[in-house]
Design a protein around this ligand. Sequence first.
Ligand SMILES: Nc1ncnc2c1ncn2[C@@H]1O[C@H](COP(=O)(O)OP(=O)(O)OP(=O)(O)O)[C@@H](O)[C@H]1O
Length: 339
Amino acid sequence: MTTVAEGSALDAAARLVGDLRPSSAVWASGLRKRYGRRTAVEDVSLEVGRGQVVGLLGPNGAGKTSVIKMLLGLVRPDAGEVLLLGRPATDPAARARVGYLPELFRYQPWLSASEVMALHIRLSGADVTAGERRDCLGLVGLAGRTDDRVGGFSKGMQQRLGLAVALVARPELVILDEPTSALDPLGRADVRDIVLDLRSRGVAVLLNSHLIGEVERVCDRVVILDHGRVAAAGTLAELLGQRELRLRLTDVPPAAQRRLAAVGRVEQSGDWYTVALPPDEAGATGATRPTGDVVPGLVAELVGLGVRVHAVEPARISLEERLLGILRTGTAGQPEGDR
Ligand SMILES: Nc1ncnc2c1ncn2[C@@H]1O[C@H](COP(=O)(O)OP(=O)(O)OP(=O)(O)O)[C@@H](O)[C@H]1O
């Protein structure tokens, strides 16, 4: 039986634990890596929250893969600290809960897809049933090829297998280094759905990809690297500004003008009206959501007020435009060393 004093101490402890925020999936501070005189990464800090999808962008040689390898403990940083799921990156307990798809990989060509999976499951120490293994291969579109030798797989099929390997041990964090570089458009769409599904299940994802549209569709936050440094970081809303709606309207009575103004700031140029949408409409995560609840209601009301609606389209600077702007102005500067 618990005494009153013990009971209140237990309550206090429970409250304390309840107040603690779960540790981030990735927390890295001040990472630096030099290869000889060449600085690959300089003072990079980044965080991926639980259940968050973070995109890592940057030109060739910006240091993205070097950062990923340092996060995973595969490359030793010259400076800086990394915590994975609240533990040091070198702790096997943390690494067992991380799924990783490397940029360059090669599986044993004599093994079947199913055997490659079995090997990685054994290495991870996870308790994964044969059914889960099959489901995972099905998820990446390899259901019909489970017993085929990997040596006969196309590049895209090998990449799909790599993704299955990254996902199979029920990770809490998945790090994908160029997961779609060899995939056809259908495969890319599959990966997008898989990433969104992971997020909905609270799994954190760090995604390195040159396909900016892909990053813009799935990522909550983006970190842009240039010359080894963080050139910009933030949610899409922070990086791209407020989302707007462009409408081409004719026969707009004063009541309709007032209705538009009630949504947000309105700019008019001829028949085109640009309306700033309220922050919610841009999506709390900043993810692409061209229309939300406001838009259909607004259009219906405008039509009800006698307005002729010719076009409705989302408007905002694209991530690609923003990225090119950042890289061309070279905000990251040039780290020391022979680049
Ligand atoms: N093992 C290594 N030895 C020497 N230099 C290296 C090594 N790994 C990376 N580098 C250098 O570090 C810099 C960053 O490379 P990294 O592969 O991290 O870039 P990246 O952003 O992933 O590029 P990409 O988009 O082309 O894959 C490059 O200048 C590269 O030449």
